[in-house]
Design a protein around this ligand. Structure first.
Ligand code: NDP
Length: 249
C-alpha cells in the first residue's frame, strides 16, 4: 500500500488557499490547512511568527513528515511607505521562506513545494541595478535576502526609484518569491529526495484580495498550484507557471 500523501496549505481559511485545500482533498491528499486566526479544523499559523512555524514543523516531524507545501498565504496592503514595504515582505517573502526552510527537514522523498506568486512578480516590474541582481543566475540565498532587506531601507531613504525598485511592495514581494524558487531549485538540485519547487500565478481571481471584478473563480485560480503540488516524478523544477504552462520570469 502506498503511503497517504500529506500537504500543508498556508492561508487555507479562505480564497484561493481554501480552494487549493479542497481540490487536494478531492485527489485523496490529507491536507493540513493553516489559518492565521485560531479556527477549528486548522493549524494556527501566522507565517510571520517563528514560534508558530517551529510548532508546525515539530508536529509534522512527529507525525511522519509532509509531501507537499503550498505557500499560499499572502497580503496586499493599502498605501506605500517603508512600514508597508517591511510588513508586506515579512508575510509574502520572508514568511514563505521561513515556512519552507522549517518544513524542509520533514519533507519526504518526492516532495513538492509550490509558491503562490503573481504576474506582479514578473521581472519587468524591476529595473536597473536591482533587475541585474535578480537576473544573475548565480544569485545566492544570502544575496537574495540582502537584496530584499535593501528594498525596505531604500524605501525609507527615498532612493528606491533610483535603484530600480517600483513603488509597489506587493510586486517586490512576489519578484523575491520567484527569485527564491530559482535559488531553492539550485539548493535542492543534489538532494536525494528529488524535491521539486515551482511558482504559480493563479491569474486574477475573485477573492477578498482580487476583488469582485476579477474574471477567474477560486476554482480556476487553484488549478495550477494544485497541478504543481501533484507533479509526477521527473516534472519541472525552478519554474513559473500559469494555466499549467511555463511563463516568463
Ligand atoms: P485572500 O485575501 O482571499 O486570502 C489571503 C489568505 O492569506 C488568507 O487566508 C489570509 O489570512 C492569509 N494571510 C495573510 N497574511 C497572513 C499571515 N501573515 N500569516 C498567515 N496567513 C496570512 O487572497 P487570495 O486567496 O486571493 O490570495 C492567495 C494567494 O494568491 C496570495 O499569495 C496572493 O498574493 C496570490 N494571488 C492572488 C491573486 C488574486 O487575483 N486574488 C492574483 C495573484 C496572486 P486571514 O484570513 O487571517 O487574513
Amino acid at each position: 500500500m502506498t503511503q497517504e500523501r500529506v500537504a500543508v496549505v498556508t492561508g487555507a481559511n479562505r480564497g484561493i488557499g481554501a480552494e487549493i485545500a479542497r481540490q487536494l482533498r478531492e485527489r485523496g491528499v490529507r491536507v493540513i490547512g493553516t489559518s492565521r486566526e485560531p479556527r477549528e479544523g486548522f493549524a494556527t499559523l501566522d507565517v510571520t511568527r517563528r514560534d508558530q512555524i517551529d510548532a508546525l514543523a515539530a508536529r509534522l516531524s512527529v507525525e511522519g513528515g509532509v509531501d507537499v507545501l503550498v505557500n499560499n498565504a499572502g497580503t496586499s496592503l493599502d498605501g506605500f511607505d517603508a512600514e508597508v514595504a517591511r510588513q508586506t515582505l515579512e508575510a509574502n517573502f520572508f514568511g514563505a521562506m521561513h515556512v519552507t526552510d522549517a518544513l524542509l527537514p520533514a519533507m519526504r522523498s518526492g516532495g513538492r513545494i509550490v509558491m503562490v506568486s503573481s504576474g506582479m512578480g514578473e521581472l519587468s516590474h524591476v529595473h536597473g541595478a536591482v533587475r541585474e541582481q535578480f537576473e544573475d543566475p548565480a544569485m545566492t540565498r544570502s544575496s537574495l535576502v540582502a537584496l530584499m532587506h535593501s528594498f525596505v531601507s531604500d524605501v525609507a531613504s527615498g532612493t528606491h526609484p533610483a535603484r530600480g525598485w517600483p513603488s509597489n511592495a506587493y510586486s517586490v514581494s512576489k519578484v523575491g518569491m520567484n527569485a527564491l524558487v530559482r535559488v531553492m531549485a539550485r539548493e535542492l538540485a543534489n538532494d536525494p529526495r528529488r524535491i521539486l519547487v515551482n511558482a504559480a500565478c493563479p491569474g486574477w481571481v475573485r477573492t477578498r484580495m482580487g476583488g469582485p471584478a476579477a474574471p477567474r473563480t477560486p476554482q480556476q485560480g487553484a488549478r495550477t498550484p494544485v497541478w504543481l503540488a501533484l507533479l509526477p516524478e521527473g516534472g519541472p523544477t525552478g519554474g513559473f507557471f500559469r494555466d499549467e504552462r511555463p511563463i516568463a520570469w
